[in-house]
Ligand binder design. Structure first.
Ligand SMILES: Cc1ncc(C[n+]2csc(CCOP(=O)(O)OP(=O)(O)O)c2C)c(N)n1
Ligand code: SF4
Ligand SMILES: [Mg+2]
Length: 281
């Protein structure tokens, strides 16, 4: 990025005004996205681009794109991508890990993708302690297909397939899948953040960075859930959706680091399980 260098007498632009406050990382392509106004996916893309750049990872990265609104992530992030069928990103990433042990392997999935059709894949990739960094964008709905109920949909939430609100007796309870996965010994790191406000975005970035560092340091499975919004699917303005995110959504899905077993520490619970071996680390 070229900065304006003030000339003597350039009163309109004093030297202090040329201080660089923020620069878009090159890995975030300079193009507009297909996301709806106010959608949180773009924020998560930016954080990923920043973290990959700060850790010097872009040229080593093989990412796996989901099916869902983020299906075009490969068009926005300048890293190698493989497109997985709906829900199968962890399985595809496992294959990449097997054949490219030196690569930095990243998955990006929505909640329909990860917590519904792909439940088996995420559970078993986590249980195997795959050395993968998984980004899970939970907006509590199937955004791409028209706002149907997902496993993560809040009780009482109206969706196109729960028009009277999600009823536990009929439709079951929301799944806190990150807490479920965190119990598995193969999971080195699991955390939940949100894009709801500036301070939270900073914390979410730190979580994503930690999840990437775990992989670099040879740890097991690392997962970051990003609570996000879907103004269109929620039937709200972007501002209303952010207020909803900060209120009922965060209440249902508490923020913070759920587990950090340390990259080099053998992850064990009271299950008598040995730590997964990562000979390539
Ligand atoms: C095997 C298969 N089943 C169903 C679909 C239809 N489908 C596409 S995206 C999607 C849901 C996406 O929701 P989510 O993963 O939460 O992503 P979001 O759009 O909310 O970001 C579904 C059900 C599909 N493409 N492939
Ligand atoms: S439908 Fe929802 S998740 Fe998809 S782009 Fe629009 S706001 Fe984002
Ligand atoms: Mg979703």
């Amino acid at each position: 990025m070229t900065l304006h260098t003030p000339e003597p007498g350039d009163a309109a632009r004093p030297a202090a005004a040329a201080r660089l406050v923020y620069a878009k990382p090159d890995v975030l392509r300079d193009r507009s996205t297909h996301y709806c106004p106010g959608c949180g996916h773009g924020v998560v893309h930016r954080l990923l681009a920043e973290v990959l750049t700060e850790l010097d990872l872009p040229s080593h990265t093989i990412a796996v794109a989901p099916v869902g609104c983020a299906v075009f992530a490969y068009d926005y992030l300048e890293v190698d991508f493989v497109e997985a069928p709906h829900g199968r990103a962890p399985a595809v990433a496992t294959g990449i890990r097997r054949v490219r042990p030196e690569a930095f392997v990243l998955t990006y999935q929505g909640d329909g993708d990860l917590a519904a059709i792909g439940t088996a894949e995420i559970v078993h990739a986590a249980a195997r302690g795959e050395r993968i960094t998984a980004i899970f964008v939970n907006n509590g709905i199937y955004g791409m297909t028209g706002g149907q109920m997902a496993p993560t949909t809040l009780l009482g939430q109206r969706t196109t397939s729960s028009p009277n609100g999600r009823d536990a007796a009929l439709m079951g309870y929301p799944i806190r899948i990150t807490e479920m996965l965190a119990q598995l010994p193969g999971v080195t790191y699991a955390a939940r953040g949100t894009i709801a406000d500036v301070a939270s975005i900073g914390k979410l970035k730190a979580m994503i960075k930690r999840a990437c560092q775990v992989q670099i340091e040879g740890g097991g499975f690392a997962l970051v859930e990003a609570l996000s919004n879907c103004p269109v699917g929620w039937g709200m303005t972007p501002q209303q959706s952010i207020e909803h995110l900060k209120g009922p959504v965060v209440e249902a899905y508490p923020l913070g680091v759920i587990v950090d077993r340390g990259a080099t520490v053998a992850p064990t619970l009271d299950l008598g399980c040995p730590a997964p071996a990562h000979p390539e680390a």
